[in-house]
Write a protein that binds this ligand. Structure first.
Ligand code: AMP
Length: 449
């Protein structure tokens, strides 16, 4: 097993790692290191939590030499402002014994302050695509000294609709540079932009796209509706002592507030919410309370969760099932980070079965089903937002039988298994996943690591 000593880092950088207490590189750090040092373009497939931020920062900083530039040598693009804050923090931790000027820029705050900060000179710039584009169009931000461009969470940048901003930034970058990209999954959108702007980046991946992290135990409950899901969640939180640090996902901010109301009644002041209607300050202080252990859990949406760097999450709950397989991968990747074990528990209503199938197809495995405990009250009522959802046709029959309240407690032969943990307990899917052939073709186009 390698240690950071094998990376032969400059003393100042090694000292910073020592202070952080990090001894061994994670697999993505080990695999990316020589590729990035070689100067080639790279496309890394790695989920959040695998240590990808240091995977690109360490080789970049190993080669760091003092230069007198005003405009940035390194630009790191990330999808959300929370992630900007987090990456700047990581840069600062690593460069505490070096002289490197770093700056984070993002929308929603005064652009003039950022103009002034930029004018002071910056070496490593971290930004969201929107604000970075605005400042570059302004002419305040110039890319003439740029040596490295990092695009982090590439898939999410495109999912959030930043394609135009990203491509206009790319077209403003004229200097010869190294491009380092990371994405949780290879989506068609990412592939499109790669085709248009980059030539044969070397692909570095730990596992085939879509394979979940080994340390995450995935569980699944079939639940008739949202109110029953809330009952089940409360039951699990009340009876399972290991649910200490919890992230609860729903699909939009309205449901965040609803879930908060339902939970706060049963567990006063134990949960906080993070969503885009809250101010940046509110979000940061909620985060801090969670980080310090004052809050047991956060209720959040996919967009807001992008930037949360929270360690030791014991459980991720999908109170509403994710709308796309990529989102599912991002959500469950919030637990089982670094070398910790994690549990991801999904509640799937009949109208969410289709999304579940998409996820299982992407992962090429079925998630084991756990029975709803008999102590959980099955609520017959559907909320307004559930009423227009259609059932998934091909399994409609099975669901029709099960939606009759208590039928959800009956032990169906098929669903008897209890998840005992780990991917080893899951079965491979029988059907061939949809995009494997296309993926393989595309991957072959890029040079394989
Ligand atoms: P990331 O995937 O970059 O978001 O990193 C996930 C978490 O792992 C962050 O809190 C990092 O500080 C931490 N981390 C990164 N590299 C290591 C390492 N080699 N050993 C232990 N923890 C690490």
């Amino acid at each position: 097993m390698k240690t950071f000593q094998d990376f032969d880092l400059p003393k100042s950088l090694q000292k910073a790692l020592d202070e952080l207490g990090f001894v061994q590189p994670t697999p993505i750090q080990e695999k990316s290191f020589s590729v990035i040092l070689s100067g080639r373009d790279m496309m890394g497939i790695a989920q959040t939590g695998t240590g990808k931020t240091f995977a690109y920062l360490l080789p970049i900083l190993k080669q760091w030499k003092f230069q007198n530039n005003e405009s940035p040598r390194v630009v790191i693009l990330v999808p959300t402002r929370e992630l900007v804050v987090q990456v700047v923090e990581e840069v600062e931790k690593l460069t505490q014994f070096m002289s490197v000027r770093s700056l984070g820029i993002y929308g929603g705050v005064n652009i003039n302050t950022q103009r002034k900060d930029l004018a002071q000179g910056v070496d490593i710039l971290v930004g969201t695509p929107g604000r970075t584009m605005d400042l570059a169009l302004d002419g305040v931000l110039r890319f003439d000294a740029l040596q490295k461009l990092v695009i982090d969470e590439f898939d999410e940048i495109l999912n959030l609709g930043f394609r135009v901003q990203l491509t206009s930034i790319l077209s403003m970058m004229k200097s010869k540079r190294q491009n380092i990209m990371f994405s949780a999954t290879m989506t068609e959108d990412v592939d499109d932009v790669l085709d248009e702007f980059f030539e044969f980046p070397e692909e570095v991946s730990l596992a085939p796209s879509g394979t979940p992290l080994e340390q995450i135990t995935q569980q699944l409950y079939h639940v008739p509706n949202f109110l029953t899901k809330a009952n089940l969640l409360k039951h699990l939180l009340a009876t399972d002592e290991t649910t200490e640090r919890v992230l609860i996902f729903v699909n939009n901010k309205r449901i965040v507030d609803l879930a908060y109301e339902l939970l706060n009644e049963a567990f006063p002041d134990q949960f906080g919410v993070i969503h885009s209607n809250k101010t940046q300050n509110y979000r940061l202080s909620t985060m801090a309370n969670f980080q310090s252990g004052q809050l047991r859990g956060l209720i959040t949406t996919d967009v807001m969760a992008r930037g949360l760097d929270i360690s030791d999450i014991t459980h991720v709950f999908n109170l509403q099932f994710s709308e796309s397989p990529e989102k599912y991968m991002h959500r469950i990747g919030r637990t089982g980070r670094a070398d910790k074990e994690g549990v991801a528990i999904s509640f799937v209503a009949p109208y969410e079965e289709e999304s579940l199938l998409d996820v299982e197809t992407l992962m090429n495995m079925e998630i084991d089903v756990t029975e709803i405990p008999t102590a959980v009250e099955i609520d017959e009522k559907k909320l307004e937002f559930e009423k227009d959802k259609r059932r998934f046709k091909s399994i409609g029959k099975k669901i029709n039988q099960e939606t009759k309240g208590a039928a959800f407690h009956e032990k169906k032969e098929k669903n008897k298994k209890v998840n005992l943990g780990g991917p080893g307990k899951t079965k491979p899917r029988k059907t061939a996943p949809r995009n494997r052939a296309a993926d393989a073709k595309k991957a072959a186009k890029r040079k394989k690591k």
